[in-house]
Design a protein around this ligand. Structure first.
Ligand SMILES: Nc1ncnc2c1ncn2[C@@H]1O[C@H](COP(=O)(O)OP(=O)(O)OP(=O)(O)O)[C@@H](O)[C@H]1O
Ligand SMILES: [Mg+2]
Length: 156
């Protein structure tokens, strides 16, 4: 099931993401795709905040993965922009994170598309300026219902 909504500021995106974090459980994988500057890292910042992690969230472009601890669940934040594909991901041992007891957020997941499980929550962000359109494909109806509630509560 697919949830679609707009945010009108980075603060609103972060707020939505922090509420979304409450729906996540250990082992969940969230993909974040969209053009450069779409708001993927902004969303990840909100998820880490919503988990209760005090970590500073920045783009892990050079390190591929950042870990944010100290919250309800660890958050593993990937930016696969510089990888050539799944082989690079596996060669670097990064696939082990997919089975850990945390939440994986993967920017530019299309690059490693073949390795992303079908159970992943897929988030696509579109648009420029202050209005960004979010298209969230949920693996199950329960998450879709919770997302719809957050969207309504926030008036998005
Ligand atoms: N509604 C919005 N939601 C999110 N970000 C927004 C919004 N409106 C404006 N912005 C701005 O868009 C930019 C998003 O940057 P961010 O680093 O999150 O993008 P990204 O998708 O991670 O980029 P990259 O592909 O370089 O990793 C920020 O400068 C933010 O302030
Ligand atoms: Mg980013």
């Amino acid at each position: 099931m697919t949830a679609v909504f707009n945010t009108t500021s980075s603060d609103q995106t972060e707020e939505f993401a922090s509420r979304f974090a409450a729906l996540l459980k250990a082992g969940d994988i969230i993909t974040l795709d969209g053009d450069l500057g779409a708001g993927k890292t902004c969303f990840a910042r909100g998820v880490a905040r919503g988990m209760g992690s005090p970590s500073h969230v920045s783009s892990p472009t050079f390190t591929i993965v950042n870990e944010y601890e100290g919250g309800r669940l660890p958050v593993y934040h990937f930016d696969t922009y510089r990888l050539g594909g799944c082989e690079d991901f596996v060669m670097a041992g990064l696939d082990e994170y997919l089975w850990k007891d945390g939440v994986c957020l993967i920017e530019w997941s299309d690059i490693i598309g073949d390795i992303i499980p079908g159970s992943a929550v897929r988030i696509r962000i579109e648009g420029t300026g202050d209005v960004r359109r979010f298209v969230i494909e949920c693996p199950g109806g329960e998450m879709y219902n919770s997302l719809t509630r957050i969207i309504e509560e926030m008036g998005l």
